[in-house]
Ligand binder design. Structure first.
Ligand SMILES: Nc1ncnc2c1ncn2[C@@H]1O[C@H](COP(=O)(O)OP(=O)(O)OP(=O)(O)O)[C@@H](O)[C@H]1O
Ligand SMILES: [Mg+2]
Length: 252
């Protein structure tokens, strides 16, 4: 498992993980980086339409791999993977996820993996999404809402990620609707708490599936990942042309 990459988690289900994941995948590709994607478990899958998150991520990546590898485990019930599996009399086999990730990460320079729900959503009866990110050796990027409720959800997610020893790439706030005055004031407090950990905000999009990302945000993301990687494996670098110099992120 040698590819650079990150695990996209969120403060909740339906917060914009796929919107953000796809936008970052497109931005990384525009920066000349070969990206592989995975949505290891997708639940709520209609057999006629297929795993829609996995399809969106794969499209953003240029469809480099078969969909059965991008999304090896699928269930019909829109619930946590272990719950959706039990509803079909099945269990989740994490070894499949590890094997597929090993294969795809050997093919690509960079991997973007979208979890289901948030960090403590169970994958099996004894493991969580956070365990999976640790297992795959990936730092986490947490996607959050802009609306009321986000201070608590985001702080809980960030603090739990760090408590569990995960590396945090940062937080991305995706705005799925315009903020009220109260929401905007509230969000100001979260922005101050996050400081450098806030990687970027995606404004409300008419076409969320095409959300653009500024090249400077991609350079900053790669630089953060380089810094995390250098901490773990001195000497390695993705060496993105034009990456900016270090800011204070992750050094405190
Ligand atoms: N910046 C944005 N502008 C407009 N709509 C957005 C934005 N971000 C997210 N949304 C909308 O919010 C909804 C949830 O987004 P998305 O599917 O990316 O969430 P998710 O966290 O991946 O959900 P799941 O837990 O099901 O995987 C979608 O309808 C999406 O279009
Ligand atoms: Mg999703």
């Amino acid at each position: 498992m040698t590819a650079r990459g990150f695990f996209v988690s969120g403060t909740d289900t339906d917060v914009g993980k796929t919107v953000v994941g796809c936008a970052l995948v497109r931005g990384l590709r525009s920066a000349g980086i070969d990206v592989g994607v995975m949505k290891p478990f997708e639940t709520g899958v209609d057999p006629d339409r297929g795993p829609l998150d996995a399809i969106a991520l794969s499209t953003a990546a240029g469809d480099p791999d078969p969909l059965d590898l991008v999304c090896p485990i699928r269930f019909a019930l829109p619930a946590a993977p272990n719950v959706a599996a039990a509803a079909e009399g099945r269990t989740v086999d994490l070894e499949i996820v590890r094997q597929v990730y090993t294969e795809l990460s050997a093919r690509h320079e960079f991997m973007v993996v979208e979890g289901a729900g948030g960090l403590l959503v169970p994958t099996t009866d004894t493991a969580t999404m956070a365990d999976l990110a640790l297992d795959l050796g990936l730092p986490v990027l947490i996607v959050a809402r802009g609306r009321l409720g986000t201070i608590n959800h985001t702080r809980l997610s960030v603090e739990e990620a760090l408590r569990r020893g995960l590396d945090l790439v940062g937080v991305v706030i995706s705005h799925d609707r315009e903020l009220s005055h109260a929401d905007a004031e509230n969000l100001g407090s979260l922005r101050r708490w996050l400081g450098d950990r806030l990687l970027l905000e995606i404004p409300v999009q008419a076409r969320p599936e095409d959300a653009p990302i500024d090249a400077r945000n991609i350079a900053q993301l790669v630089e953060r990942l380089d810094r995390l990687q250098a901490k773990e494996r001195p000497g390695s670098s993705l060496a993105l042309p034009g990456a900016r110099s270090a800011d204070s992120f992750g050094t405190s």
